[in-house]
Ligand binder design. Sequence first.
Ligand code: EPU
Length: 335
Amino acid sequence: MSVAFTDQSLQRCNTLGLPARAQVAMLDDEADIPGLASLQDAPVFILGGGSNVVMQPQPRHRVLRVALQGIRVWQETADHWIIEAAAGESWHGFVTHCLDQGWAGLENLALIPGTVGAAPVQNIGAYGLELDQRLHSVVAWDLRQGRERTLPPADCGFAYRDSMFKRDGAGRWLIVRVRFALPKAWTPRLDYPDLRDHASLQGGTLTPRQVYEAVCDIRRRKLPDPAVLGNAGSFFKNPVIDAAQADALRQRFPDLRTYSQTDGRVKLAAGWLIEQAGWKGRRLGPVGMHERQALVLVNHGGAQAADVQALAQAVRQAVRDRFGVDLEQEPVVLD
Ligand code: EPU
């Protein structure tokens, strides 16, 4: 078997629900990967769950959908389970499966939409945990060089919502399998205030399942379900600025939400900036910023990429005018 591209709609393959048609093929067998060298002839875009992408109506890229399946214990060490999952597995399904098997450690990342293979690309993070903190290695096919590589975290160029896979563009690295090192001696990660203060986690000995349920509960309250209201999660990154600029802003805005970074810089809450700039719950055409979390851009129905881009531009301008801070878009663009 080899992968074959055909003209297809991608509207159901992106959580914003934007209409798009492209040449699309499905990869569901690892044996087909060596034959993909020919993809270098035309630009290709590797698509996972479509939860972090803004699709143009007629992308010039051909789209390869990764549907590889499988989860197994790859190795057991004295302290860790090393669990390997194929790139096409649903991320939340994988987190839940691990918990069911007694392999804890990913529960803070429950309910994040998308696939296992996409998780390292933007180094997913939530509620005090980033993927790179649990990662053992990424098995990826370098489509440019035509060979498979096994990359430890240090070789993946991870940063906040960023990695080498993302920086190199969506056509270079085909992530095939991802391995996680899950500690046998589990301790809860409760650094994030929303989680620490959750009513269900007060007192007593906590279990991974309780943390998982609390994370799901917080997310369900705040974040719109893409199956109900199209969205791509946080539409902007939380901006990181230098300490002097943060001090100056704090003088003018005493309520400014800030998080100190290890390098002395300061991260701001983009949702707060957007709300203060007047965009929380506000619409522009068929799209708007969500009423419970201003950082999430939602499709109220019938939106196209141009509508998304127009709103993103208006929000960025409003935040720039009020705070002098530039917001960087988080989802990638399929053009
Ligand atoms: N805030 C507001 N108004 C808003 C939204 C937020 O004032 O409309 C304030 C909150 O009150 C809080 C602060 O901003 O003081 C931070 O808000 P929140 O805890 O909701 O987290 P966030 O910084 O907006 C980030 C991630 C989320 C992740 C949460 C929890 C980014 C870009 N986003 O959001 O990730 O779930 O933290 O860890 O880093 C995603 O990437 O799609 C995503 C949802």
